[in-house]
Write a protein that binds this ligand. Sequence first.
Ligand code: PNS
Length: 183
Amino acid sequence: MEKKKKGEDKNMGKVAIYPGSFDPITYGHIDIVERSLEIFDKVIIAIAENADKRSLFSVQERLQMVKTIFKDTPNVLADNFKGLLVDYVAKTNAKVILRGLRATSDFEYEFHMASMNRSLNTHLDTLFMMTSKDYFFVSSRTIKEVARLGGGVEGLVPDLVVRRLKEKFKLPVKKKKQISWDD
Ligand code: PNS
């Protein structure tokens, strides 16, 4: 019997893979997923395990956060993968890779990656969605930097991620000290 592929069921419809590091997931990513569900029946958030890239959260921690955030959205699956993205995609029923674009500065990197993936698998297309204007300045990298230095990232990442960042950076959950001119 042929092995069931990820994202496969009787009425599987259109499946997209949304790959990334998600270290950690932000509202920018979540916005892309939610909007993509207008186009696709199922979206698989595929968290890359990249040995070359130092991540703040382990792949299991990232996966747990994503699963919790989308626990009430049955057409969003969360998974992790090692190695080439095209090899992972081949194990699923997806025909499309989904990526978010924040600014033209993202384009060159994304263009190279999409072209390489297409050369590795000519049946695979990458679909780009513009990040919503509310999040175009949000990246996992800047979120981590701001959180590490004690800045607020509420409203840019889900509360669960805010808590996990505070735990990682061992930051107390305390009221901000007000600085007045009289101090
Ligand atoms: O969120 P990121 O870090 O921009 O995501 C990049 C990611 C994980 C999508 C990309 O690095 C990737 O696909 N890695 C898997 C390895 C691979 O297939 N590399 C060849 C693509 S050029």
